[in-house]
Design a protein around this ligand. Sequence first.
Ligand code: ASP
Length: 338
Amino acid sequence: MRIYSVVLLSFSLLCCAGENQNLKSTEPPFGIVIHGGAGTILKQNMTSETEKAYRETLAKSIKVGHAILVAGGTSQQAVEKTIHVMENSPLFNAGKGAVLTANGFASLDASFMNGETLDAGAIAGVSHVKNPITAAIGVMEQSPHVMLSGKGADQFAMELGLDTVPNAYFITERRKNALKRVQDSEQKKTAFYDPFIKEAKFGTVGCVALDKKGNLSAGTSTGGMTNKKWDRIGDAPIIGAGTYANNASCGVSATGWGEFFIRSVVAHDIAALVEYKGLDIATASKQVIQKVEDLGGDGGVIVLDTEGNVTMEFNTAGMYRAHMDAKGNLSVKIYKDE
Ligand code: ASP
């Protein structure tokens, strides 16, 4: 009996060792990709300090999500916490540092989708939620709805006990100046031809993550477009346009001229090409960004699939972007030719 147990124990230890090795080698690849907006981002218009600040903040943000994935956290946690860093930085058009409406206020949109369950949540036109991505996740998890807007969405966030701030918290000098310049040039009808003006309009943040369990999540957060009027809402809070995630295909977060991204249903279109036509994410993304361009729009997407493949496709001069894979390799890029 004793000998039998020893034999059995050694046998199971051997089996376990083998299984662990197998598990290790077949462990699903995980990874994370972020963007901080696409636009007329040219080296000649950027000081070296500004460029350094963008690169450092992109790296700092993505490392937060990557550490969560390494520790076995979910892609949802990684997306939320990564986006917090970008929302809290004045550099990006999301949370603090969001672009301003025609009346000089910040009005924020965000959305989130879970690729395992296809649950989704979004908020549009909020003025007081410090981290809109968390409010979007709150809508998904704690309401029977997918999208809430305006005062009701702010109230919902307060009822959940999320951090709220006065609207002035979001407003920076840089965005006030950009609003003034856009308003001046719109009077002269030059708005969309001036590279500064185009860049001043965009700068959304987004994140797509794949966790060790093989689940994808995607999130997007924005202040929208400078000088927006009439409670304009762009693609960022629209599931299927600015954000989409499905374990059967891929996770997508978009940035760019929202009206064209809504009309092209960009995020879902990419996922549909992957799921129904069997295209790889790079081919599908190229095809859909071309569709946006053919309509006259511009911008970009970050896409990740369940094998850990990543693509960052855009038709603008630059897109703030970064990627980290399962091995911890980090790449941070801004310009098209990098
Ligand atoms: N897509 C956003 C919007 O149209 C803007 C951006 O990506 O910068 O609201």
